[in-house]
Write a protein that binds this ligand. Sequence first.
Ligand SMILES: Nc1ncnc2c1ncn2[C@@H]1O[C@H](COP(=O)(O)OP(=O)(O)OP(=O)(O)O)[C@@H](O)[C@H]1O
Length: 334
Amino acid sequence: MIEFDGIHKHYRVGGGEVRALHALDLGIARGEVFGVIGHSGAGKSTLLRTINLIERPSGGRLLIDGEDISGLDGDGLRALRRRIGMIFQHFNLLGSKTVAQNVAFPLRLAGRPRAEIARRVGELLERVGLATRADTYPAQLSGGQKQRVGIARARACAPDILLCDEATSALDPETTASVLQLLGELNRELGLTIVLITHEMDVIRRVCDRVAVLDAGHLVESGAVADVFLHPRHPTTRRFVLEAEHVDERERRADLARANGRIVRLTFRGEATYAPLLGSVARASGVDYSILAGRIDRIKDTPYGQLTLALVGGDIERALRAFAEADVQVEGVA
Ligand SMILES: Nc1ncnc2c1ncn2[C@@H]1O[C@H](COP(=O)(O)OP(=O)(O)OP(=O)(O)O)[C@@H](O)[C@H]1O
């Protein structure tokens, strides 16, 4: 649905130039939740803002449904922006307008009749659980409620793409979870294509289908969230994953260096996560193990487990074969 084809972006600053995106190739499919992760300055906002042409690419082609949009202006640009909603880290609500007036704003700009606006605003607020707050002002709402108003407003013109610019970065963990849940529901209910940018791997893990990792304007890794999260290849991605696990990379390495035996990482996905496998494999192969690191969690709705073990004695090859036969992925850890 959205295709970046060799997209470049540079900004002119003073006499020089800042290169924000370098020859970016990226495809986002209709109906998916696509996450872009990167550190500050990596180019995430620039990438997001090229999709609705708040930023124009300096080179390359940007296709939506096969049409190159990078040169659109006038009516074409207005039509493009109506099909793309956007929500922001700091909500960007109009403080002098009520919740209902904020949500009505894009509909008024689009010249919709008054009765239709009233009906649509009612529906939109109902869906985000704020029907009773229509006449309050943003300052009277919590952060989570403000973002729900932002989501209702972004949906006003029934867009088929929603851009989320660090939409949960200003929220506490519980509120973040409920806003991400709402985004997931809208994606499933409406087939809404969602592109979100974040610097938190946990946000990606909870809600995204696929992810791209940006580093200094370069796309360094992309793929299904489970593959990228469980088997990160690029050092930047590995750092994001360790951060999400609250692990210090140097401490982890020191722990591994102290362990004796053969060190392996086992990844269990789906049903294998719950199989009582370790004890039976250890008994059958005569291998002893110590657990160096471990985590059980979910990627979207799929449970996974990841264990780093030191294996000692017995028939280690037999143990590794038994894990592989039970659909557990085995990787050596250097
Ligand atoms: N309007 C602008 N004018 C000049 N330089 C800019 C502009 N917007 C972004 N940049 C520069 O482009 C690079 C990428 O910035 P961008 O905001 O896209 O990164 P980001 O990953 O979203 O970072 P953050 O998480 O801090 O917002 C940075 O070096 C930034 O300073």
